[in-house]
Design a protein around this ligand. Structure first.
Ligand code: UFG
Length: 333
């Protein structure tokens, strides 16, 4: 199938493009490179033996998207392209709402124009908000968030749900990711944010590489077994494979379906730090500091639905995640 992958040069997008190519699909990347580098496209080529088709496109620009659809018969779309920094979204709410909502609506309009009816959407566990008990299940109300970034996921899910109601022959799979970490085994693709990382694993990678002095663990007094927050960390390659399965599901079903992609296990910050040190034989300097505003103490996925509907479950261990993250970070790419 010809699959348009918006945001395909980014962290999760690039890993997904590799899995699509390995499965014999023809991914077409549309990315404005606002938070990604073209080098990821070249690296996909090194891994797969073929450089994927790439367009420098802002998905909120209808003319640019139309051009891509006019050049290829697009069978389905995986929509990653979005701003994704939680803290930045609090400071720049309008930019986040404008970019993340406009891009989805413009994409839907252009898909409709060209008769494309299959979409996999990049959503987040953040839509479960602060009030649901974990493990999170898809039938729980997913109508809250704690940041403008998170609200754009809630709103995009709503837009896609309403669109599917109005267009019963359309298919949208809303993939709610938990905490993706890890990197491609080649060490060529991984999470390489601009500036000082906000997320835990890229921060750990920079500390381990000596580029940052030490890790601050945000809070050691939570009501969790070791006092640090627990999350459902999953390997980015497992997540990428989940997109492939979601695509196969969308090809055969109409309507909207929200599906968690997580391992179903909670891991604490301290457990992750210890696993990283052990598996890589590295001493990681860290201190336990105050809590970070907005962090929930603990959450993880109920991953049953993904297994039942998609036949997907995570296969990589925490050790795999830590090993591959360091294999990528140590190259300093
Ligand atoms: N943490 C630290 N020190 C750091 C960075 C993070 O202790 O320097 C801790 C956080 O306090 C948290 C855990 O590591 O307990 C994970 O933090 P991340 O920033 O890596 O991830 P979050 O769980 O905060 O955020 C993730 C995604 C968001 C998504 C959110 C809710 O990055 O996109 O989950 O689903 F919105």
């Amino acid at each position: 199938m010809n699959i348009l992958v918006t945001g395909g040069a980014g962290y999760i997008g690039s890993h997904t493009v590799v899995e699509l190519m390995n499965a014999g699909h023809n991914p077409i990347i549309a990315d404005d490179l606002s938070n990604a580098h073209y080098s990821a496209v070249d690296r996909i080529g090194k891994i797969t033996g073929k450089v994927p088709t790439f367009y420098k496109v802002n998905c909120a620009c209808k003319a640019q998207l139309r051009h891509v659809f006019s050049q290829h018969k697009i069978d389905a779309v995986i929509h990653f392209a979005a701003f994704k920094a939680v803290g930045e979204s609090v400071k720049k709410p309008l930019e986040y709402y404008r970019n993340n909502l406009d891009s989805t609506m413009t994409l839907l309009e252009v898909m409709e124009e060209f008769g494309c009816k299959k979409l996999v959407f990049s959503s987040s566990a953040t839509v479960y908000g602060p009030n649901n008990p974990h493990p999170y299940k898809e039938e729980m109300p997913a109508i809250q968030s704690s940041s403008p970034y998170g609200w754009t996921k809630v709103m995009n899910e709503r837009i896609l749900t309403d669109y599917c109601t109005a267009h019963p022959d359309f298919s949208a799979v809303l993939l709610r990711y938990f905490n993706p970490i890890g990197a491609h085994e080649s060490g060529l693709l991984g999470d390489d944010p601009n500036g000082i990382p906000n997320n835990l694993m890229p921060y750990i990678g920079r500390v381990a590489a000596g580029q940052l002095e030490k890790l601050t663990i945000f809070g050691g007094d939570y009501e969790t077994p070791d006092g640090t927050c627990q999350r459902d960390y999953l390997h980015v390659v497992d997540l990428a494979v989940g997109h492939l399965k979601a695509l196969e599901y969308a090809a055969e079903h109409n309507g909207v379906e929200a599906i968690n992609l997580g391992t179903g296990n909670g891991i604490s910050v301290l457990e992750l730090v210890n696993a990283f040190q052990k598996v890589n034989g590295i001493k990681l300097p860290y201190v336990v500091g105050p809590r970070r505003d907005g962090d929930l103490p603990a959450f993880w996925a109920d991953a049953t639905k993904a297994k039942q509907l998609l036949g997907w479950e995570a296969t990589h261990t925490v050790e795999d995640m830590c090993r591959s993250s360091w294999n990528f970070a140590k190259k300093g790419v």
